[in-house]
Design a protein around this ligand. Sequence first.
Ligand SMILES: Cc1cc2nc3c(=O)[nH]c(=O)nc-3n(C[C@H](O)[C@H](O)[C@H](O)COP(=O)(O)OP(=O)(O)OC[C@H]3O[C@@H](n4cnc5c(N)ncnc54)[C@H](O)[C@@H]3O)c2cc1C
Length: 292
Amino acid sequence: MQIKENISLKDLTTFKIGGNTRYFAEIETEEDLQEALLFAGQNNLPFFVLGGGSNLLVADAGFEGLVIKIIFREAKIFEENKIETSSGVALSDLVSLALARGLSGLEWALGIPKATLGGALFMNAGAFGANMADITEQVIAFDTTENKFKTFDFVGCQFDYKNSVFKRNKNLIIWQAILKLEKKDKKEIEIEMKRVMAYRQKNHPLEYGSAGSVFKNPHNLPAGEAIEKVGLKGKQIGQAKISEKHSNFIVNLGTATSSDVKALIDLAKKQVKEKLKIDLEEESIYLDYHKL
Ligand SMILES: Cc1cc2nc3c(=O)[nH]c(=O)nc-3n(C[C@H](O)[C@H](O)[C@H](O)COP(=O)(O)OP(=O)(O)OC[C@H]3O[C@@H](n4cnc5c(N)ncnc54)[C@H](O)[C@@H]3O)c2cc1C
């Protein structure tokens, strides 16, 4: 495994924003992972696990550490309705595999660009009333504090709304998982997938770079509606804009900086708090928070 230096992160994110990482390692095997972590430890560097970069705002100043990207991609069906998959596999590939085998449970994930299984488990990604927690039977993750792989059953994953044990404990690197799906008629799966895709195309600004929904939905009001209510729909700072199509999306009009996006995030939080007494909490992840 090669550790590369000064790699641009911009094109490794769906926002298309961000500077360089000081070090970058692509991981294919368990040995690669341990070697990369040893390098980070010996050089006293923070590490960050990058999935598809679809929920990420990277600072223009970049990251003074080691970015680890798991490129080991393998997914196979067993016991008719289960998928054993590595964390680097794209969610879209799992959606296709499930459809090909007449397995239901991942239709909601159709149309999410670039996302990987690792990022989806970390976030407990979901949409249209379904999420990763519904289909996850087991996860294997590397615990960097104990230097060993650990198995998490469904309860151990501690899934919650846009949360999991993997998000709470940054020392866990998701390596592999078993998903349990439901046998269904392929035609029914296709109908649901068409519905999901039509909704996304109509309601999401897929023509621009973004990181999906910026904020978690508060209990009383969807974040997009709250932002619209305070009059920020379409608000632009620099080259970043609160989408006219969906106010919980911030889009990159072409050359947005991380500061443009962060300024919009801060403005939305401030105004929603002042006018509606609602605390918005980011769903997107920052790399690195202190540099934004
Ligand atoms: C157009 C668009 C639509 C979207 N729609 C949805 C939607 O409907 N529902 C939804 O929930 N999300 C949605 N998203 C957001 C995003 O796609 C999901 O949150 C996705 O799960 C992130 O996966 P990723 O691989 O891109 O993770 P990244 O963005 O690369 O990383 C996100 C976090 O996961 C961590 N991570 C990634 N891999 C691992 C690993 N192997 N081990 C430990 N930690 C890891 C990273 O360190 C980071 O903290 C959308 C995004 C876009 C751009």
